[in-house]
Design a binder for this molecule. Structure first.
Ligand code: AMP
Length: 280
């Protein structure tokens, strides 16, 4: 497995693999079973698999957890090596963004859900991905449905800007008690960790109740009431949006994303499910 520490080395790697199919798995490291499932999917369908491990400063707002974000390079490299990854890309943030002036953003889709409290987040995400896409020229790029708004935004941006990359969504990996696996779960205290599976429980209650023609507010109430049974929870949002514009819907009559962000102490967790009216 090659370890690429700067753009020059990465471009050299890309040149050497010209005409091979490349699967890219962008991550911020501290890898877990969720990331591993993306890597495994990439390994199945590409000649070359590249994992980027980069805590991207441009997607963190002031006062967010950029400095505190967990990092463990040795463990990450081992997981990648064992998963058959061909190269990991882990650039130095200062060098990667040296005298940087150019950003990629998206209209409208960035403004709802997580974008309401993280206004520069998706600009940072699209900027780093644009750089990664240009550097590695992947055939396929793999994204978890856990970050549902990110997935929808990336898919739209890739279409709009004609990147010609296939964006592959992957299912959410969960702990045994239902909590969506996240690098940020290590921030949770023992008590908060015990409380956090309420999010999945609440979403499952919502999933059981959802049906075509239902008012979104009735669905939201079911989910919110369930979450509130956990005293440690502090809801940022529970919303039902359409999957094209990411706008709130009144009535469920097309494909929707049911998404939430909830804090437990200082830790902000997200989770969601997609509901496809036409599939049921
Ligand atoms: P991150 O390192 O948190 O930026 O995540 C990198 C990629 O892994 C993103 O596409 C995430 O959606 C995906 N991912 C993170 N956690 C999970 C999970 N529990 N299940 C599936 N994909 C995940």
């Amino acid at each position: 497995m090659k370890v690429l520490r700067n753009v020059e080395e990465a471009l050299e790697f890309t040149k050497g693999n010209y005409q091979k199919s490349v699967g890219l798995v962008p991550t911020m490291g501290f890898l877990h079973a969720g990331h591993k499932s993306l890597i495994d999917e990439a390994r199945k369908n590409n000649e070359i698999v590249v994992v980027s491990i980069f805590v991207n400063p441009t997607q963190f707002g002031p006062g967010e957890d950029y400095e505190a974000y967990p990092r463990d390079e040795e463990r990450d490299f081992k997981l990648c090596e064992e998963a058959g990854v061909d190269a990991v890309f882990t650039p130095d943030p200062k060098e990667f963004y040296q005298n940087h002036k150019t950003y990629v953003t998206i209209e409208d889709l960035k403004d709802n859900l997580c974008g309401k409290t993280r206004p520069i987040h998706f600009r940072g995400v699209l900027t780093v991905l644009t750089k990664l896409f240009h550097i590695f020229k992947p055939t396929n790029a793999y994204f978890g449905r856990k970050d549902a708004q990110q997935f929808l935004i990336v898919k739209k941006a890739v279409e709009d800007l004609n990147f010609g990359i296939n964006i592959v969504p992957c299912p959410i990996k969960r702990e045994e008690d239902g909590l969506a696996i996240s690098s940020r779960n290590v921030y949770l205290s023992e008590e908060e960790r015990k409380a956090a599976p309420i999010l999945h429980k609440a979403l499952e209650k919502g999933r059981a109740a959802i049906k075509k023609g239902m008012k979104a507010e009735d669905l939201i109430k079911i989910i919110v009431d369930e979450i509130k049974t956990e005293k440690l929870s502090d809801i940022e949002y529970v919303q039902v949006v359409d999957t094209k514009e990411i706008k709130d819907v009144d009535v469920i009559d097309g494909d929707v994303l049911v998404a939430l962000a909830v804090r437990f102490g200082k830790t902000r967790l997200i989770d969601n499910f997609f509901y496809e009216v036409w599939d049921v």
